[in-house]
Design a protein around this ligand. Structure first.
Ligand code: PGA
Length: 254
């Protein structure tokens, strides 16, 4: 069975609620007939307006983070249930900016993943090595560690609901995209780790996206790789024209 293909925009801390609604209205006609599923991870305050504009369109709205608790005294945090009620259908977890800037561990990502699954939000779990780790030949060790700590113990039927994103930290926001060959090697390795965790059949059904300085010209060659099932786009997703171009360039032979 072919895996689902995704093009996900990660707006980070950009776009107000009003800007989000206008963006979705502009994007929608441009991505009609696109092979990939179109997801947008927007700031919390933009979820409701983006979801309203995306209603009855092929665009799905989600969040960029959440807390692992159901509810509680956690000032400034947000719960899965709140995101769902606002209109989010998925959530990014363990993005490298959360790991590096806010000190989130893979253990925390694991707890969040379990909670998201429990509350019916689709988790998009991000992993990736930094430059020093790649240059010292530790890429596989780092990916394996992050994947094991973030995902072990999750039942295989739940693992099927997860999307994985391989995002080398050295490629994020730097303009340095991994070559399709480097990305494919890392994706194949991530899939072998998923096979160790959940069995080969399940691992073969989990979509793995590439993220890191994706542009319209790099999206097609990346998505054409055997183990790359779409892209997670930061900077280039902020403009609906550019993001639509990326989406249209992502295709698999049917
Ligand atoms: P970038 O970000 O496309 O701006 O490199 C990707 C991401 O952080 O998800």
């Amino acid at each position: 069975m072919p895996r689902d293909l995704y093009v996900i925009g990660n707006w980070k801390m950009y776009k107000t609620a009003r800007e989000a609604a206008g963006y979705v209205e502009e994007l929608e006609p441009k991505v009609q007939g696109c092979q990939a599923k179109i997801y947008l991870a927007v700031p919390y305050t933009s979820i409701a307006s983006a979801a309203r504009s995306a209603k009855n369109t092929p665009i799905t709205i989600g969040a960029q983070n959440m807390n692992d608790a159901r509810e509680g005294a956690f000032t400034g945090e947000i719960a899965a249930l709140m995101l769902k009620e606002a209109g989010a259908e998925f959530v990014l977890l363990g993005h490298s900016e959360r790991r590096k800037i806010f000190g989130e561990s893979s253990e925390f990502v694991h707890k969040k993943t379990v909670r998201a699954l429990q509350e019916g939000l689709q988790p998009i779990v991000c992993v990736g090595e930094d430059l020093e780790e790649r240059e010292s030949g530790r890429t596989e060790e780092v990916l394996k560690h992050q994947l094991e700590k973030s995902l072990s113990g999750i039942p295989a039927e739940d693992a099927l609901k997860i999307i994985l994103a391989y995002e080398p930290v050295w490629a994020i926001g730097t303009g340095k995209t991994a070559t399709p060959k480097i990305a494919q090697e890392a994706h194949a390795f991530c899939r072998s780790c998923l096979a160790d965790l959940f069995g080969k059949k399940v691992a073969g059904q989990i979509s793995i996206l590439y993220g890191g300085s994706v542009k319209p010209e790099s999206a097609g060659p990346l998505a054409a790789q055997k183990d790359i099932d779409g892209v997670l786009v930061g900077g280039a997703s902020l403009d609906p024209h550019t993001f639509a171009e990326i989406a249209l360039n992502c295709e698999k032979p049917t």
